[in-house]
Design a protein around this ligand. Structure first.
Ligand SMILES: [Zn+2]
Length: 467
């Protein structure tokens, strides 16, 4: 099967130029100047020609932070691997990296088996895993090696959620030493959960139970403090560090300073922190529950700082932390007690579109859009050059993007299996028109043509940002 994507503007992280893209089987075979004899030859011989005139052709998006079917507080995130990856494809994302979760008292390898059994045969696009470490002990530290051999070489730990995922500084130190010795990387949820739990208890005791309290009891200073502490532990151990879902200017300052002094510290942010704020959490009639995620949405003034971080590369990339819970029956578990609202928001479908608004508004350049949504995730998580670039030999994961189309985000039209949208009614410029996953057209002409089970597990190499 050969496909030619004709007359489009190819956008890689290095820049944009007109080129036709020849796809043979699952891979990109070649690029050619659109007015060349070669391109004309391809077009006449191809089994299918996709006209991309006036459109961008970009490497399929890579969402490095999702939680499909994740257990949380007695319930599960609403998207499973099938619905979540189909929604991702609709939004031009062709790879996700999800988190396998080690339960307390269980092993890393049994967690990995469990997540394989949830995902294998069910994904519409390619997928990989990170591993969440809940129990640091000799066995789990040893098991990190087997995970790395199995293509899972990024390990997430939590300075938040005491009694659930929380790791002490000593445990973090030991895991970082193991990461240093193996070339793998620790990912950190950096919020001071011990202090936060006190603020939460005090708020509840004084009768403050509304969703906005979720934000007020998790002040940005406690994200800044935990980020600094994680950076210090990484420095002491000589380990690289990746800060997940950075939301606060205070945390960004710590990351910027560490990077300026040459430390291997990286951070991602998420669309919700770029576009939503504490004002959304404060919406009346419990509607704020839709916006409960951790770290919480911040006061608006943090947004400009995050965009600045994306421009200066102090923020390396943007993932979603997609972890949807329906408003009805799930978010509602926290009526009368904000601390019982499941933490997480939907987002996997709209990351590319929302980030494109940064191009429209002049916050980032067009190639930087591709870099933070695809190329850097590919390199950060050991998938480049198979993913993250339009080049001969790369997987034909391609998104044809119409930069002038208009769309309005709504739960009534999105494909995520969740009953609300955090961006309901938001009008966007730009829209996905065609998506290929490993050479197969999965979205075209406003219809889904893919299938659960098309996606394959990606055994990832070590991060390519480390020398
Ligand atoms: Zn997460």
């Amino acid at each position: 099967m050969s496909i030619v994507i004709r007359n489009g503007t190819v956008v890689n992280a290095t820049g944009a130029y007109p080129a036709d893209v020849l796809v043979e089987g699952e891979r990109i075979a070649a690029l050619a100047a659109p007015d060349s004899g070669l391109a004309q030859q391809w077009a006449s011989g191809a089994e299918r020609v996709i006209d991309a005139a006036g459109k961008y052709v970009v490497p399929g998006g890579i969402d490095g932070h999702t939680h499909m079917e994740m257990p949380f507080g007695g319930t599960f995130s609403a998207d499973n691997f099938e619905t979540g990856t189909i929604a991702a494809a609709w939004g031009g994302t062709t790879t996700i990296v999800d988190f396998a979760v080690q339960g307390k008292g269980t092993s890393l390898l049994s967690a990995l088996d469990k997540w394989h059994s949830k995902a294998d045969g069910n994904c519409a696009i390619d997928y990989g895993f990170h591993m969440i470490i809940s129990d640091v002990n000799d066995t789990s530290l040893k098991e990190m090696e087997a995970c790395i051999d199995a293509g899972v070489n990024t390990f997430k730990m939590f300075m938040a959620y005491p009694g659930v995922f929380y790791a002490t500084d000593g445990e973090i130190l030991r895991a970082m030493q193991k990461a240093r010795d193996t070339g793998s990387m620790i990912m950190m949820h950096a919020e001071n959960g011990i202090a936060i739990d006190q603020l939460v208890a005090q708020a509840l005791a004084s009768g403050h139970t509304d969703p906005v309290q979720h934000g007020l009891t998790r002040p940005p200073e406690l994200e800044g403090e935990a980020t600094s502490r994680a950076i210090t532990l990484a420095k002491v151990t000589g380990s690289p560090l990746y800060i997940v879902h950075l939301s606060a200017a205070h945390a960004l300052d710590a990351v910027t300073q560490a990077r300026d002094t040459g430390q291997n510290v990286f951070a991602e942010t998420c669309p919700q922190y770029l576009f939503l704020s504490l004002d959304d959490l404060a919406k009346p009639d419990f509607e704020g529950a839709k916006y409960v995620a951790s770290p919480p949405l911040r006061p608006k003034e943090h947004q400009a700082e995050l965009w600045r971080g994306l421009r200066t590369n102090d923020l390396s990339l943007v993932s979603t932390d997609h972890c949807p819970f329906c408003f009805k029956d799930q978010k509602e578990l926290g009526r009368g007690d904000f601390s019982k609202i499941p933490n997480g928001m939907p987002g996997v479908e709209h990351r590319m579109d929302l980030l494109y608004q940064g191009v429209v508004k002049g916050e980032i350049t067009l190639p930087r859009w591709v870099e933070i949504s695809s190329t850097t995730p590919a390199r950060m998580f050991g998938l480049y050059p198979r993913k993250g670039v339009i080049a001969p030999g790369a997987d034909a994961d391609l998104t044809v993007y119409d930069p002038t189309a208009r769309q309005t985000i709504s739960a009534s039209t999105h494909h995520m299996k969740v009953d609300y949208s955090a961006y309901e009614g938001m009008e966007l410029t730009g829209k996905v028109s065609t998506v290929l996953s490993r050479g197969r057209v999965v979205v075209d002409d406003n219809a889904f043509h893919g299938a659960a089970g098309h996606g394959t597990f990606l055994k990832r190499d070590l991060s390519q940002y480390l020398v």
